[in-house]
Design a protein around this ligand. Structure first.
Ligand SMILES: Cc1ncc(COP(=O)(O)O)c(C=O)c1O
Length: 488
C-alpha cells in the first residue's frame, strides 16, 4: 500500500544508520582524507536511471557504505587541514538528524513556532558569548556568502536608495554608482554580493593591506575620497576578522571611525575568526566590531556545527525587513508580535538550523567551546614555532588564530629563484596530499605560493600535527634530493 515505509523497518534502518555514523566517525582517521576516486567514478558505479520499483533499505545502505561514504573527501578527518577545517560534532549531528525528522519549514512563526523561537534564542546566546551589545539581533542563513549579501542589501537600502526596491537601480534618476570597500584579502563573497545586488564588480574597491595582511585605513580613506570626487556614492565597508588566506584581522576600530565619519555601513566578516570572540582574551584584537552595523559568524566553520549554519547579526534588523518584506495573501497570519523569518531575505522556505546550534552549545557549554578554540590556537602557535625553527622553511604570515601559512624556501638548488620556490611548494603540496593522512590547501601571498594548515577538527590531536609535520618535512627532503619540479 502506498505511503511511507513501515515504522518498524524505519526504526531498524535508523539503528543501522546510528551504527554507520558512529563507525564512520570512529574510523574516519584511518582513511585517506582525499578519496581514491577519479572524476566520474562514483557516477559510473551507480545506475544511470532510477529504479522502477522499490528497493529495500538494507541494499540502499549497503551502496551508501560501499560507494558513497568512501567517495567523499573526509572533512571530519583529524588530518583535514585544508581551507578552514571544520567538525560535524556529535551533538551537531544529532541536532541535524532531529531537524530532518521534524522537517518543519521555519518561514513563519506559525509554521514552526519552536524553530523560530529557538533560532532567536540561540542567536542571542551566541551574541552573549561574543559579548556583543544587546541591540544586535541574529538570524541564521545557509552560508556567510548569503549573510554578507543580505548585509549589503540592507546597506544599499539605507545608503543607496530605498527606492531601488521598487524601481531597480536603473529606475532611480541620477543615482550614482554605489561603491563598497573591502581589503585585497577579503573573501570573494563580497564580490559575488556586488554582482547579485546589481552594484557591479567595478564598484567593489579592493583596498590595499599592510605587511600583516590587514586593511590599511589610510588607503581606505583615500579610496573613499577619490570615489566621492569622481561622483560615486560610497555605501559600505566590509572589514574581515580572520581573512581566508591568512586569518589576518582588519583594524576594525579604525575602520569603524572612518565609517562613522563618512556615514557608511560597516559589515564585519567574522565567518571564521569571529568565533574566537567567545574567548575574552581574543576580543581586544577585534575591538570595534561592537560598533558595526552587521556581523557574520559561521558556527559551521569553527563552532563545531555541521554545515550549514551562518549567523547574521544586525543592529537595525528593521532595515532588512524594509528591504525584503513582502507578504503574499497565502502567507498572512493573524499572529502579532512574532518573528517571521521569511521577512529577512529573498528565501521563503527555511531549514530548522537552530536545533543543531542549540545542541552544540548545550552539550559542550560555553567553557567547553572556549577550551577547544584555545587549544586549536595554541597548537597552531606551537606548529608555527616549530616550522619557523626548521631550516629550509618559513612561516609566511602571523598566526592570530588556528591557521599556519608556511612555505619551503630550500628547494635543494643552490640559489633557487622565487618561481622555482613556487613550483617546489606546489609539488610539495601535491605530494603531501597524495600521501593520504592529511589534506592541506594553498594560497598566494605577495604573489608567492604558500601552504595553509588549518586546525579546526575536534578529532585532531597534537599527535596528528606531529605526524603531519613529519610528513611535510620528509616529503620536502625527498623532493630536494630528487630535484624534480613540475613543468612550467
Ligand atoms: C572570511 C570568509 N568569509 C566568507 C566565507 C564564505 O563562507 P561560506 O561558505 O559560508 O559562504 C569564507 C569561506 O571560507 C571565509 O573564509
Amino acid at each position: 500500500m502506498p505511503g511511507d515505509l513501515p515504522n518498524d523497518e524505519f526504526r531498524a534502518a535508523m539503528h543501522r544508520v546510528a551504527d554507520l555514523v558512529a563507525d564512520y566517525l570512529e574510523g574516519v582517521g584511518e582513511r585517506p582524507v582525499l578519496p581514491p576516486v577519479a572524476p566520474g567514478e562514483v557516477t559510473a558505479r551507480l545506475p544511470g536511471s532510477p529504479p522502477a520499483g522499490p528497493e529495500d533499505l538494507a541494499s540502499i545502505l549497503d551502496d551508501y557504505q560501499r560507494i558513497v561514504e568512501p567517495g567523499v573527501t573526509h572533512w571530519n578527518h583529524p588530518g583535514f587541514f585544508a581551507y578552514f577545517s571544520i567538525t560535524g560534532s556529535a551533538p551537531g549531528i544529532l541536532g541535524e538528524t532531529l531537524a530532518a525528522a521534524l522537517n518543519v519549514n521555519a518561514m513563519l512563526w506559525r509554521t514552526a513556532p519552536a524553530a523560530v523561537e529557538l533560532e532567536r534564542l540561540t542567536c542571542d546566546w551566541l551574541r552573549q558569548m561574543l559579548d556583543l551589545p544587546g541591540e544586535f539581533l541574529g538570524h541564521i542563513n545557509d552560508t556567510a556568502s548569503s549573510s554578507t549579501l543580505l548585509a549589503l542589501a540592507a546597506a544599499r537600502h539605507r545608503h543607496g536608495s530605498p527606492a531601488v526596491r521598487e524601481t531597480g537601480l536603473a529606475g532611480v534618476p541620477g543615482l550614482p554608482s554605489l561603491t563598497v570597500y573591502t581589503s585585497d584579502q577579503a573573501h570573494s563573497s563580497v564580490d559575488k554580493a556586488a554582482i547579485t545586488l546589481g552594484l557591479g564588480l567595478d564598484n567593489v574597491r579592493r583596498v590595499a593591506s599592510d605587511d600583516a595582511f590587514r586593511m590599511d585605513p589610510r588607503a581606505l580613506e583615500a579610496a573613499i575620497r577619490d570615489d566621492r570626487a569622481a561622483g560615486r556614492r560610497p555605501i559600505a565597508v566590509v572589514a574581515t576578522v580572520g581573512t581566508t588566506s591568512t586569518t589576518s584581522i582588519d583594524p576594525v576600530a579604525e575602520i569603524l571611525e572612518i565609517c562613522r565619519r563618512e556615514d557608511l555601513w560597516l559589515h564585519v566578516d567574522g565567518a571564521y575568526g569571529g568565533t574566537a570572540g567567545i574567548c575574552p582574551e581574543y576580543r581586544a584584537q577585534m575591538a570595534g566590531i561592537e560598533g558595526a552595523d552587521s556581523i557574520v559568524v559561521n558556527p559551521h566553520k569553527w563552532l563545531f556545527v555541521p554545515v550549514d549554519c551562518s549567523v547574521l547579526f544586525l543592529r537595525d534588523e528593521a532595515l532588512l525587513k524594509d528591504a525584503f518584506a513582502l507578504v503574499p495573501e497565502y502567507l498572512r497570519t493573524a499572529d502579532t508580535g512574532v518573528t517571521n523569518l521569511m521577512d529577512f531575505g529573498p528565501q521563503l522556505g527555511r531549514r530548522f538550523r537552530a536545533l543543531k546550534l542549540w545542541m552544540v552549545i548545550r552539550a559542550f557549554g560555553v567553557e567547553g567551546l572556549r577550551e577547544r578554540i584555545r587549544e586549536h590556537c595554541r597548537w597552531a602557535r606551537e606548529l608555527a614555532g616549530r616550522i619557523g625553527a626548521t631550516p629550509g622553511f618559513e612561516v609566511s604570515a602571523p598566526v592570530p588564530f588556528s591557521l599556519v601559512c608556511f612555505r619551503a624556501t630550500d628547494t635543494g638548488a643552490a640559489s633557487p629563484t622565487a618561481e622555482d620556490q613556487d613550483r617546489f611548494n606546489e609539488r610539495l603540496l601535491a605530494e603531501i596530499n597524495a600521501a593520504g593522512p592529511v589534506f592541506l590547501s594553498h594560497t598566494k601571498l605577495h604573489g608567492r605560493y604558500v601552504l595553509r594548515l588549518a586546525i579546526g577538527n575536534l578529532r585532531t590531536t597534537p599527535d596528528h600535527l606531529d605526524r603531519a609535520w613529519q610528513l611535510i618535512e620528509e616529503t620536502a627532503e625527498r623532493l630536494r634530493v630528487s630535484r624534480e619540479l613540475p613543468e612550467r
